[in-house]
Design a protein. Structure first.
Length: 262
């Protein structure tokens, strides 16, 4: 196995939520196919009107169509549900705008286990816009506190989920339609004994992308903080979890890398 082409673990599926990604989706699908040629690939078209679905299908993806634009969280849940129905034991996710390199998936797969979520972390990468970096740090603090351990780059969509982390997808129906779903699932997984670890990846922003991100730093981070605050209040603010998470985040900052636990 090389970094460019990986042998997918048994029963891995790849899910790409996509909205108005005609400029990039064909190339993203082709690169996933080249990197993980044996993995089923589902593109969830979240109500695009620019031909995203047609281009994804032409590139070799199976397209799952949403009924109108419902948000990234809803699209992810639909794709994950479809992947689990096909017997997937692991689900890889990445965005359709070219922000994530499919070639980095083998690095995440090397850390995949049934009891952990793996995130592609840009925490130590150069090139992040300052506003985005600060917003991500705020989200990392709150999500790490609620999870009870350090979570590096909680807003990265490049991930590997074990099936156990997705067992309660029905719980989110009608909620967490945008980016907060990806945050809430990390907290709920941690409380079910599923940890989160990270593998460093580059940060791709600005001229690298064909369009601005759908992520809205102020509005989406505010929504995430409100969600996390509710979970903390329900647990008496979890001071022990705060201490553990702060210690872990300090370690990540001090070491300048994201190492998984042994």
């Amino acid at each position: 196995m090389t970094d460019a082409t990986a042998t997918a673990p048994a029963r891995l599926a790849v899910v790409i939520p996509a909205f108005q990604e005609a400029a990039t989706i064909r190339a993203v699908v082709a690169r996933v196919r080249a990197t993980l040629p044996d993995a089923p690939l589902l593109v969830v078209d979240d109500g695009s009107t620019d031909g995203t679905a047609t281009l994804a299908a032409a590139a070799g993806a199976e397209v799952v169509a949403m009924s109108g634009n419902q948000g990234k969280g809803a699209a992810l849940r639909r794709g994950m549900t479809e992947a689990l129905a096909r017997g997937a034991a692991f689900v890889a996710t990445l965005d359709g705008d070219g922000q994530h390199r499919p070639e980095d998936l083998p690095r995440l797969l090397a850390l995949a286990r049934p009891d952990r979520i793996v995130i592609g972390s840009r925490r130590h990468a150069s090139g992040q816009p300052e506003a985005r970096r600060r917003a991500n740090r705020i989200a990392d603090f709150w999500i790490s506190w609620a999870a009870g351990h350090a979570v590096a780059d909680s807003q990265s969509g490049l991930r590997i989920y074990p099936a156990a982390a997705l067992a309660g997808l029905a719980h989110y129906e009608g909620r967490a339609r945008r980016f907060s779903f990806e945050s809430e699932i990390l907290i709920d997984a941690a409380r079910a004994g599923i940890t989160t670890v990270a593998a460093d990846i580059p940060a791709l922003y600005g001229a690298t992308l064909r369009r601005p991100s759908h992520f809205r730093p102020v509005a989406d981070i505010a929504r995430i903080v409100m969600m996390v605050a509710g979970k903390l209040l329900a647990r008496g603010m979890d001071p022990a979890g705060l201490r553990r998470s702060l210690a872990g985040l300090r370690r990540l900052e001090g070491e300048g890398r994201d190492d998984p636990p042994s």
